[in-house]
Design a binder for this molecule. Structure first.
Ligand code: CNA
Length: 281
């Protein structure tokens, strides 16, 4: 658990950063009631398997996808942002940070919380495309059918596929490329709620420039913990609001020089015992 000391350090780190880029994953939205994939209550422990999101299987058996995912799809469309989504949006709105979010999530909750620059590297569940004629539709037009687990079809008879990236499909090139650029431009990279097991999204933080601090907040260990400057195995919706409250309280905007020095001491001072950093800085 993060201590008061940790929260102070994080507040100074956030206050001193101008361009913050975040990679978020399913753990960002569990506190909105959407299950993730791989934690103990995750989708893959309660439903069939990753094959539900396999594109070849979807083409062969769309009824499997819609019967398993339909009710969940409905709850994703109705979900509301949690305190973690709101805190991130406030980094831009209240604290003036240039915040870019690269999200693996397909739930649209960052945008619902007010974040403006969001690259959906695995697409979105909000829209559907007909596999025969290419027509697009809004998923919220099909709430009844989704609730019953029915296959969604365009009036031409073709099956609608949600505009998400299935296993075996290419990622949306523009979103991925913009995410890489944002990682390279950042002066602080946050990784929030992802086990970092799905590639190529999981390798996005590797595009950060040398010396750019990497902070991971994830309830369980991730594939990148050993590369991070700070790791907190905490809940995002609990930790981020505490950091913003501390920024409100203590880390008032000062001169650029002062911010920079707070920022660096947050990472490099000689008494970092409470920070769960993995690198020996
Ligand atoms: P994952 O592999 O399930 O990892 C999620 C991680 O989040 C786990 O390591 C958990 O320990 C951690 N976690 C769960 N809740 C919290 C919390 N409140 N605070 C901090 N950490 C938490 O999911 P990934 O995102 O790594 O996998 C990428 C997949 C998941 C992408 O293709 C997504 O499209 C897909 N997905 C998205 C959603 C969504 O849009 N909400 C839901 C389920 C899966």
């Amino acid at each position: 658990m993060a201590t008061e000391y940790d929260i102070n350090k994080l507040a100074a780190l956030f206050a001193g950063a101008r361009r913050i880029t975040c990679l978020s994953g399913a753990g960002m939205s569990t506190e909105s009631g959407i299950p993730d994939y791989r934690s103990s209550k995750g989708l893959y422990n309660t439903l069939t398997s990753e094959q539900v999101f396999d594109i070849a299987r979807f083409r062969r058996q769309p009824e499997l996808f819609y019967s398993v995912i339909g009710p969940l799809y409905l709850s994703i469309l109705k979900a509301q942002p949690n305190a973690g989504h709101v805190a991130l949006a406030q980094l831009a709105d209240r604290f003036g940070k240039e915040l870019v979010i690269a999200t693996q999530n397909i739930d649209g909750l960052h945008q619902k919380a007010g974040s403006r620059v969001v690259h959906e590297v695995h697409g979105t569940m909000d829209t559907l495309s007909c596999q025969d004629c290419g027509s697009q539709a809004l998923a919220k037009s099909f709430l009844n059918e989704l609730g019953k687990g029915e296959v969604l079809r365009h009036r031409c008879g073709g099956v609608f596929k949600p505009d998400i990236t299935f296993f075996g499909e290419q990622l949306p090139a523009a979103a991925f490329s913009a995410s890489l650029d944002a990682m390279a431009d950042a002066d602080l990279v946050l990784v929030l709620g992802t086990s970092l097991q799905v590639h190529p999204a999981a390798s996005l933080p590797d595009a950060r420039r040398d010396g750019c601090p990497l902070l991971i907040v994830n309830r369980t260990p991730t594939a990148m913990d050993d590369k991070a400057d700070m790791v907190f195995h905490d809940s995002i919706g609990e930790l981020l609001p505490q950091v913003l409250a501390q920024m409100d309280h203590g880390a008032q905007p000062g001169s650029q020089r002062g911010q920079r020095s707070d920022y660096h001491s947050a990472l490099f001072n000689n008494n970092p015992t409470h920070l769960q950093r993995k690198n020996d800085l």
